[in-house]
Design a protein around this ligand. Structure first.
Ligand code: 2NE
Length: 309
């Protein structure tokens, strides 16, 4: 089970290969290109929490059901004036909590991306530690953009030629169409700062200001993804990466993840890294001497421990 409360998931699938040490969490809303609603995020958070607590799990894969999309961001049908609302009469942006949870989770999280990773779905893959992409993957932010316009740019870029007249007509119609054609959103948190770290400040501005879509190979060149593989090999390759990680020291990986995030994450990053130092110190004879002395009601004797240069 992936949920300590034993509740059924409706929006995600959670699987564990216990002998392998891999947990796979799949957003299961393919009819919406795996867009998330608040319920989806709540379930993802429960599954990630379970994978964190389960000591048989060493690596977590985050993916989307099917081959058309990893995740298309927030489900616009549920968007209200104060965030996304499904079963409650107030809105939420709880995907931000999920981003923080993935960032601070002391085990590697790998985004396995087939199809679209766009909008808030693009931010989700960016907060994961690694991204393995299928050759059909498409990446980009949609928030500031008119929808058909980025499709227009994508097709024209891909074909390296002038836009056909019919596409321009669609674009013009879209430009005068109602507000439903525009997403109107942005992620000025991790969605901006982590992106800037990954692709550099100029390219991050390009991604957000122009809201273009990028192919998997373009994303690889930009440093957005670690590897691109044929769609049919995506899972196999991702498992291969998991197994390589799982052969290595879990403590080294735990400390390295927090170290790689520490500068960017400020106090929270220091706290994470510092917490790891404390955990390791607790395992030493020196650390243990303090605790034992307290329990035995005696003065601790640290004299036998060297003051290393
Ligand atoms: C993802 C994309 C490019 C796929 O295009 P295509 O042509 O492959 O599929 P289609 O027909 O657009 O989508 C299939 C069905 O999925 C729904 C569509 O409405 C459609 O429904 P039906 O017509 O079949 O009933 N669907 C897809 N994405 C959805 C979404 N996000 N919400 C609700 N329904 C969705 C194309 O579908 C697309 O561009 N989708 C929108 C991407 C987007 O703009 N996402 C939101 C960004 S804002 C955000 O995520 C966010 C944030 O910025 C800050 C905080 C939190 C969230």
């Amino acid at each position: 089970a992936c949920d300590e409360h034993g509740k059924e998931f409706t929006d995600i699938i959670c699987e564990k290969a216990v002998d392998e040490g891999i947990a796979k969490i799949t957003i299961n809303r393919p009819q919406r290109r795996n867009a998330f609603r608040p319920q989806t995020i709540k379930e993802l958070m429960r599954a990630f929490n379970d994978a964190r607590d389960d000591s048989s799990v060493g690596v977590i894969i985050l993916t989307g059901k099917g081959t058309k999309a990893f995740c298309s961001g927030g489900d616009q049908e549920f968007r209200k004036a104060d965030g996304y609302a499904d079963f409650e009469n107030f809105g939420r942006l709880n995907v931000l909590d999920l981003q923080v949870q993935i960032r601070r989770l002391p085990k590697p999280v790998i985004a396995m991306v087939a199809g679209y990773a766009v909008g808030g779905g693009h931010v989700l893959h960016m907060v994961c530690d690694l991204t393995i992409a299928a050759d059909n993957a498409i990446f980009g932010q949609t928030g500031p953009k008119v929808l058909t316009y980025h499709l227009l740019c994508y097709f024209c870029n891909k074909a390296h030629k002038k836009c056909p007249a019919w596409l321009i007509v669609i674009f013009l119609l879209d430009s005068v169409a109602g507000p439903n054609c525009k997403v109107g959103s942005f992620d000025a948190g991790y969605g901006s700062s982590i992106m800037s770290r990954l692709v550099g400040p100029k390219k991050a501005r390009e991604m957000w200001f122009l809201a273009r879509f990028y192919t998997a190979s373009e994303a690889e060149k930009m440093g957005l993804v670690n590897a691109v593989v044929p769609l049919e090999k995506l899972e196999q390759e991702t498992i291969k990466w998991c197994r390589e990680i799982l052969r290595n020291s879990p403590t080294a990986i735990r400390v390295l993840k927090s170290a790689l995030n520490a500068v960017d994450d400020g106090h929270a990053g220091l706290q994470e890294l510092g917490g790891n130092a404390t955990l390791i110190f607790y395992g030493t004879e020196e650390g243990n001497e303090g605790k034992t002395a307290y329990v035995q009601r005696r003065r601790p004797d640290f004299s036998k421990f060297p003051r290393r240069p």
